[in-house]
Ligand binder design. Sequence first.
Ligand code: PRP
Ligand code: ZN
Ligand code: MG
Length: 226
Amino acid sequence: STPVRDRLRIAIQKSGRLAEPARALLASCGLSWRESRDRLFCYGESLPVDLLLVRDDDIPGLIADGVCDLGVVGRNVLLEQGGGRVGNGAAPAFREWRALGFGGCRLALAVPDAWDWQGPEQLTGKRIATSYPALLSQWLAGQGIAAEVVLLSGSVEIAPRLGQAEAICDLVSSGATLTANQLKPVMTLLESEAVLAGPVETLDAARGELAELLLRRLDGALRIRH
Ligand code: PRP
Ligand code: ZN
Ligand code: MG
């Protein structure tokens, strides 16, 4: 059994696009922290709410394992890992609690500029490079298309030029990376943004009350922003 924790622990991205806005949003909820020397753990001062600074891809797993209670992560990461868990027969352990209104992007299918795009059936028998195999496979299955999913953990956009794949499925924000790689987006699989993720099961008493307090403040902060 895991030891009882009476402090709430929130995982956020250590560095990257969501890191600063996540901290700023939590600070606007009245949270403040004392930073440790390794700068990976921030001890909550105004409330017993600590921050853990991690890789965004680790956040759903940390919630599933009960290491962290909440996390700020892209919906794309949450749904990809949720889909992967269900595909492996595991119970859903985390879910989206709130959409946070920043870090907007979309998961898109993109093909070389030179393609004369007619529709998804053109992908039949093709190789598609992605870091989102579960979401891409779900979409392909929904379209009834048999294509090969090539898993790459990064720099997906270069795969067509390297001959590893004919198309890609990756996040698009400004579109600059696609343009730089002579690709064009042709389908949107998912509209994404930063979300507050939490467990499917309710938290126990002390941390549950802290989470409720935080959600009330968060909803207030989100209302002011919109
Ligand atoms: C993301 C994503 C795309 C790029 C899209 O990568 O994977 O490659 O940003 O943004 P754009 O449309 O504004 O060019 P990121 O730079 O976050 O690095 P990663 O792929 O290593 O996660
Ligand atoms: Zn990442
Ligand atoms: Mg990238």
